[in-house]
Write a protein that binds this ligand. Structure first.
Ligand SMILES: C[S@@+](CC[C@H](N)C(=O)[O-])C[C@H]1O[C@@H](n2cnc3c(N)ncnc32)[C@H](O)[C@@H]1O
Length: 218
């Protein structure tokens, strides 16, 4: 049985949380991709890359101020984490990457959008699709996804059995990439044949979950 432990918030929210037009429709699409209900195609990947190429020049200025809070809280309270390679899917302009570099080494940033990637200062980044990661089987100690899609079978393929998935949504359930922790757990369980557990909380305007395979009973 999947188990979710919800921690009380320690990082307060504040008034003025933005509302993203079309977030609900995009959440449905992200959920459909997560559950494998909608095929992820090369055309769809090109559309996403083009959309984020357009947003890239203003990304940090318009959205940078609030994006780190949930990921930072997840890393502070969601551990312990295993040392080794961290794969950051949808690394974008690298707003979250320095937080990850304080925990893991190396951190490989993966993104579809050249415009977003170009703005990142991270040393190790590659243009690639989260649905086809340039990472060997069980090569990663962590997969971090801050407001980007989770392709469950690919995450299960690259993650070590003792590894963790760190999921964060900068605008919580108002984020276009938001899906519930229950949906994440179900998708990872279906892809792996194992049971997963999660720790979750909210921070600032956002929310996070850290998901791991449940240890087999002794
Ligand atoms: C909402 S932005 C988040 C960027 C960054 N994580 C942040 O918090 O600022 C989503 C990013 O995910 C990337 N992305 C979307 N789908 C992807 C996929 N299938 N594979 C890799 N990157 C993807 C986009 O290009 C974009 O840079």
């Amino acid at each position: 049985m999947e188990v979710i432990t919800t921690l009380a918030r320690v990082v307060p929210s504040r008034p003025g949380k933005p509302v993203r037009a079309g977030a609900t429709e995009q959440q449905l699409a992200v959920r459909a991709a997560l559950l494998g209900e909608q095929p992820w195609t090369v055309e769809r990947a090109s559309e996403v890359a083009a959309r984020f190429d357009e947003l890239a020049p203003t990304w940090d200025g318009e959205r940078g101020g609030y994006r780190r809070a949930p990921a930072e809280d997840a890393l502070e309270r969601g551990g312990p984490f295993t040392e080794g390679l961290c794969v950051e899917i949808g690394c974008g302009t690298g707003l979250l990457t320095p937080l990850l570099e304080a925990v893991w080494s190396p951190v490989l940033g993966v993104d579809l959008s050249p415009g977003m990637l170009r703005r990142s200062r991270s040393a190790l980044r590659v243009r690639a699709d989260g649905a086809r990661l340039p990472v060997p089987d069980r090569g990663a100690s962590a997969v971090v996804i801050g407001d980007a899609p989770l392709f469950a079978s690919e995450v299960v393929r690259v993650l070590r059995p003792d590894g963790a998935v760190v999921w964060s949504n900068a605008l919580g359930d108002g984020a276009p990439f938001y899906v519930t922790t229950t949906a994440l757990l179900s998708a990872l369980a279906a892809a792996s044949g194992s049971t997963w557990c999660a720790l979750e909380s909210e921070a600032g305007w956002g929310s996070w979950a850290v998901l791991r395979r449940q240890a087999a009973p002794a």
